[in-house]
Design a protein around this ligand. Sequence first.
Ligand code: PMP
Length: 353
Amino acid sequence: MPAPRPRPSVAAIVAYRAGRPAGSDDLKLSSNENPYPPLPGVVERAAAIMSRVNRYPDAGLHDLYDALAGATGLPRDRFAAGTGSVSVLFAAISAYCGPGDEVVVPWRSFEAYPLAVATAGARAVTVPLRADATHDLAAMAEAVTDRTRVVLVCTPNNPTGPVVTHGDLERFVAAVPDDVLVVVDEAYVEFVRPEDAASGLALLAAGHENVLVLRTFSKAFGLAGLRVGYAIASADVAATIRSVTPPFSVTDVAQAAAVASLEAADELGRRVDAVVEQRQVLVAGLRDQGWQVPDAQGNFVWLPLGEDASAFAEAMQPVAVRPFAGEGVRVSVGLPEANDRFLDLAARWLTGR
Ligand code: PMP
């Protein structure tokens, strides 16, 4: 008997393959995680929920939305949370796109983008990055057609590192029709230091109701394993996304940890500062060795190694880094010892050739 056949766009999907966790956590610089474990107070608050996980979580996410409203000064109806920001992205694209629709996607960027588009049955129109690894927003605006329902902007861009500037994003949003959803993925926003970096929130505040900002607790807040991410959008767009998100997507354990982390934002912010400092150490060290490293504004750096990407990643063991075959290698910022070890191995790669 023939097996049921998925929609053609789904059949064509090559599944997302994250590396299998291997070796020491301390030397894992392959997944853009926060190298610091959660604060003891955060663990305590999350653990306290365990005794009542026979109950479903609060599907209305009241505590989380109250805490986000408190942290941002925005009303709670502007938020839509899900199982990591990636699931919010899938919900957003599925809500606004279907077969025959187009999504403009910068490329190379986050691998989940084409997956989310294909899952919705829509078509990804990819626009290559510029030579300095930044978004080509002029080309992206030109790629918008009558069929475009969503455009994706990733700032800082994973895996290459640079941000979109605020002026560029402002011009871009002004050029895109109002009925096209502009998703501004700010997964790494807390690590960004240039003053002129784009702010999706500022554009929303300026009345661009088609802007959706994607944020996560996985990076700066160090809760990747608990899977909490959220959109900040107009009340209408946020309500639409909440309406297509499966009920109970965020557990109470995750919600408690997220709320406790928001309350500890100052202490967690000092860890982010330490990661940013280590990022500068990595970038400066690599440039001193002679590597071409694009501006790095996330918790990772990019080496455009081309065809050498996979061999380089192999040679970095036991440090785990992330190769993108034929393109480059992304190295997450870890604790100083891991970063130094990586720098040492990178230098050896150059001299060994
Ligand atoms: N957006 C970008 C640009 C990312 O790099 C990631 C994680 N790698 C995510 C979204 C998803 O993060 P999460 O689902 O853990 O919130």
